[in-house]
Write a protein that binds this ligand. Structure first.
Ligand code: ADP
Length: 556
């Protein structure tokens, strides 16, 4: 009696131990092997099987103890036998044993039940003749099967989650969009192939780093948006925030990207992680900018000639005035000239907005500089009124240049128009030309508000306007200098500015001479303020020390 009690206690202890071990396992095969070994051991059997019901409703053997894999088909009839018909079970077992040449005589079977559904069956077999399983032993196996069912279900669940994850990993990896996953501290945990191609970072380098370092999205002003305005930290929290801006890839490319985030948060709003979907939208951005350019240009560059044409046409059309032949002709000539200019402006702007300075079609010829300057100055005379004095410092024998006349005229007009616009108190506007190497340097100086050094480099960018009081008071789209640069560079020259706030500005540009000079009379030196564009042209184009940096210095 005591013996039986002892044995029962040991069985229960081992049941507990085994149950703990198997519920701690998540790999299905390991769990099943552990379960069947433990069950055979627990019931002092010789062999056993564990069968599971698959999604298709068929019950299949998944693991066995003491039975070779090739013997498993012999047990099909046993698997099909109801568990409550013990006699039929024993009969099927003995038939199977005879089939495979093993003395199998007694069987104890228990269903694996999880949440009310039978997910499988455990069978334990004995070979000896007179050792039938007792009712208590059947009960023990049932108790064990209850525990085993939990472990088996967990392992199956885990297996399906794992399969899902592999599926997802493959999807992420092969996605055409860049995908990265962030943990709760904004560190990268997943970085797909498209992301590697987009950023130039390898996943080995990227994983573990803060996303703001790897995908540093910058605003056009140069701020790292990920540090100053992280879309995942903006309040109130948006479910799918988007960030857009420029990145510099590891291999030095500049791309405009759009990153969409899906954030995970705790019920209290704490950030748990996010998945980011990143796209290169540089092309679309350029496209949109081109459209913007065009719209801004219509209002800015084209308005002037249109209003001149309209003004003259209206004047000439007045019924109460009888214009003499000469006035009429002069007015019509101006209308024709302005209409031609308008057409040319449109061409220039279209080309500039396509950013194809290389392929800008130029109509190059040789022509003298001074008459052009005089013509442009004359055109501005009405606008300048008596607040401005124009001074042209170009010798009569100045050598001709080899350039596009109309486009060079546009550059000069932009510079003189700016000199007037940004000199609220009027003053002297000086247009000078001198020879430097194979180029003529033409400059327009004013006594206006001047430009801070840090702004000077940016003036030639599209849409750039210095943020000051005059910006609000003067009309402009920040395109004049951008277009001027496009024209000057297409002609093989360069454009730059020397300026000091409050002391005026001098804009200079180079134009190729018709007959390159063999020697240069001036002494070319670097100027510290020549900060316009990156250029590796020879120092010949720099301003010689002999010439003062600004108009005012020259005057006083
Ligand atoms: P816009 O005059 O239409 O703004 P521009 O491209 O011609 O565009 O000039 C860009 C910016 O450069 C201007 O907005 C102005 O701030 C600055 N700028 C240009 N010329 C001068 C000048 N002569 N003096 C002071 N600032 C100037």
């Amino acid at each position: 009696m005591l013996d039986r009690y002892d044995q029962r206690l040991r069985q229960l202890e081992s049941l507990l131990r085994v149950s703990r071990a198997i519920t701690a396992q998540l790999d299905l095969t390991s769990v099943l092997n552990l379960v069947i070994e433990a069950a055979v051991d627990l019931l002092a059997g010789n062999s056993g099987l564990i069968a599971l019901r698959d999604d298709d409703g068929v019950t299949r053997i998944y693991a066995a103890s003491g039975l070779a894999h090739e013997t498993w088909p012999a047990f099909d009839d046993l698997l099909a036998t109801p568990l409550d018909d013990q006699q039929a079970l024993v009969r099927r077992l003995r038939e199977a044993g005879a089939d495979v040449g093993l003395p199998l005589r007694h069987v104890s079977a228990a269903p694996l039940v999880f949440r009310g559904a039978t997910v499988g069956v455990i069978y334990v077999f004995r070979a000896a003749l007179n050792v039938e399983f007792t009712a208590e032993e059947h009960q023990l196996l049932t108790a064990f099967a209850d525990q085993a069912a939990i472990a088996v279900s967990n392992a199956r669940l885990f297996q399906s989650v794992l399969r899902e994850k592999q599926h997802l990993d493959a999807l992420i990896e092969n996605s055409a969009d860049g995908v990265m996953i962030l943990d709760s501290r904004w560190r990268i945990t997943t970085f797909n192939r498209a992301m590697e191609q987009l950023t130039g970072w390898s996943r080995e380098e990227a994983i573990g780093r803060p996303c703001a370092e790897v995908l540093a999205i910058h605003t056009p002003q140069g701020d790292n948006l990920c540090l100053t305005d992280c879309p995942l930290q903006r309040r109130p929290f948006e479910p799918n925030p988007v960030a857009e801006g420029w990145i510099t890839t590891r291999d030095g490319r500049r791309l405009y990207i759009q990153s969409r985030y899906a954030a995970q948060r705790s019920p209290q709003g704490a950030f748990l992680g996010a998945i980011a979907n990143v796209r290169d939208v540089t092309e679309q951005k350029i496209e949109a900018e081109m459209q913007n350019t065009f719209i801004s240009v219509i209002s800015h560059e084209l308005r002037t000639p249109v209003s001149i044409i309209k003004g003259y046409a209206e004047t000439l059309a007045r019924q109460d005035a009888a214009w003499d032949e000469a006035t009429l002709r002069e007015g019509l000539m101006i209308i024709i000239e302005e209409a031609d200019r308008l057409a040319l402006q449109i061409d220039t702007l279209l080309e500039a907005s396509r950013l194809q300075t290389d392929s800008m079609r130029l109509d190059v010829s040789d022509w003298p500089v001074r008459p052009l300057v005089e013509r442009v100055v004359e055109r501005f005379a009405p606008q300048a009124g008596d607040r401005f004095t124009f001074q042209i410092d170009i010798p009569d024998d100045f050598p001709p240049v080899h350039a596009d006349y109309e486009r060079t005229r546009t550059v000069l007009e932009n510079l003189i128009s700016n000199a007037i616009k940004y000199s609220p108190n009027g003053g002297l506007v000086r247009i000078a030309a001198r020879v430097s190497g194979d180029f003529a340097i033409i400059s327009v100086s004013d006594q206006g508000i001047g430009i801070p050094l840090e702004e000077q480099k940016k003036l030639f960018r599209r849409f750039y306007r210095v943020d000051n009081r005059l910006r609000r008071e003067t009309q402009g789209a920040g395109l004049g200098l951008f277009l001027s640069r496009a024209i000057v560079e297409a002609q093989g020259g360069r454009i730059w500015v020397d300026s000091r706030p409050g002391r005026g500005s001098r804009f200079s540009f180079t134009v190729p001479l018709a007959t390159p000079m063999l020697s240069d009379q001036s002494t070319p030196v670097e100027t510290d303020a020549a900060a316009s564009v990156d250029h590796s042209e020879p120092a010949a184009e720099m301003i010689p020390r002999a010439e003062p940096p600004l108009l005012e210095d020259h005057e006083h």
